[in-house]
Design a protein around this ligand. Structure first.
Ligand SMILES: Nc1ncnc2c1ncn2[C@@H]1O[C@H](COP(=O)(O)OP(=O)(O)O)[C@@H](O)[C@H]1O
Ligand SMILES: [Mg+2]
Length: 292
């Protein structure tokens, strides 16, 4: 494909205007138009170089986009436990290291089961702000005293069969975790708490003093590492050679985020070194670069 056609396709695909190309390449708009129509009488090589550069940059940029979502074991566990909590109205906990794919999984779950409510908590959450957020998410005003908020949330959720998912639940102070238990007790809705391992300790408390809450957890799962089948699935989805799965698994430490970076960067590095395909040596080299 010649370079003009490549540029035209890129513009069409991404809805880029001549003005956008001009800003990105530093070539005047009128020059680009003339060049595209074959009417440019100036130094063609210079223009071609700049356009080529731009096309290459765009290629590398899109190579680094996120992977399509794969049906990996982490996602399956979260769906399984989520579904149990949801249909049986119980409390469940899924915990594992950062970057495994927990947030991706709970977002997929809420896309598939629209009656679930996903709260993405952060370290600023208190019992009241959690309650306010749930209140708002139920289409209510998000205002009022803790007592009123609780009453209205309970009214709305009572026997609704919905699922309340709290992501990064390790951020919640104990009193906020207690709020989720109370909502569960009063309404029968399922609750799924997702977070890092420390979430289990938060639920138990020092010396297990919070046994009241912990003893209510019906389902729990420690999420560990990706399995070899997971890596094969991700490689197949991205059009990569599944024979590299063992190597990718080893160098990514079984972590989904690391694996994603390793795959996209290995592809770029293979290309940069003029190799047609990624091989073990490229993965090893890339993993060293990513550690740095
Ligand atoms: N099922 C999946 N398929 C493909 N990529 C995934 C999947 N789950 C996670 N990832 C990738 O791994 C990265 C980390 O996932 P995330 O859900 O944020 O991890 P966690 O919440 O466990 O810290 C995401 O940016 C995503 O690109
Ligand atoms: Mg997360």
């Amino acid at each position: 494909m010649d370079i003009k056609t490549q540029l035209r396709e890129l513009m069409q695909r991404n809805n880029y205007s001549i003005a956008h190309i001009s800003t990105a390449t530093g070539i005047a708009k009128s020059t680009i138009s003339m060049w595209m129509n074959g009417n440019y009488n100036g130094k063609i090589d210079k223009i071609t170089d700049k356009i080529n550069n731009f096309i290459q940059r765009e290629k590398e940029r899109t190579d680094n986009e996120e992977l399509p979502i794969a049906d990996i074991s982490i996602l399956k566990y979260i769906f399984e436990i989520g579904r149990l909590c949801h249909t049986k109205g119980k409390i469940g906990v899924c915990a594992g290291k950062a970057g495994l794919g927990k947030t991706v999984a709970v977002k997929e779950y809420t896309k598939q089961y629209l009656d679930s409510i996903l709260i993405e908590s952060d370290s600023g959450y208190t019992a009241k702000s959690l309650l306010l957020e749930i209140h708002k998410r139920l289409g209510l005003s998000g205002k009022g005293s803790v007592y009123d908020l609780m009453g209205e949330v309970v009214n709305k959720l009572n026997n609704s069969g919905r699922l309340l998912i709290i992501d990064e639940a390790e951020n919640l102070p104990y009193r906020a975790l207690e709020i989720t238990r109370r909502i569960h007790d009063k309404t029968g809705v399922g609750v799924l708490l997702v977070g890092r391992h420390i979430l289990f300790e938060n639920l138990r408390g020092f010396n297990n003093q919070y046994d009241q809450l912990y003893s209510r957890v019906k389902y729990h799962k420690f999420l560990d590492k990706l399995l070899i089948q997971d890596v094969i699935k991700i490689l197949e989805l991205t059009g990569q050679n599944p024979a590299l799965a063992e190597t990718y698994l080893m160098y990514s430490d079984g972590n989904t985020r690391k694996l994603e970076h390793l795959i996209t960067h290995s592809i770029s590095i293979a290309r940069f070194n003029g190799k047609a395909e990624v091989d073990g040596a490229v993965i090893k080299k890339t993993s060293k670069l990513l550690m740095a």
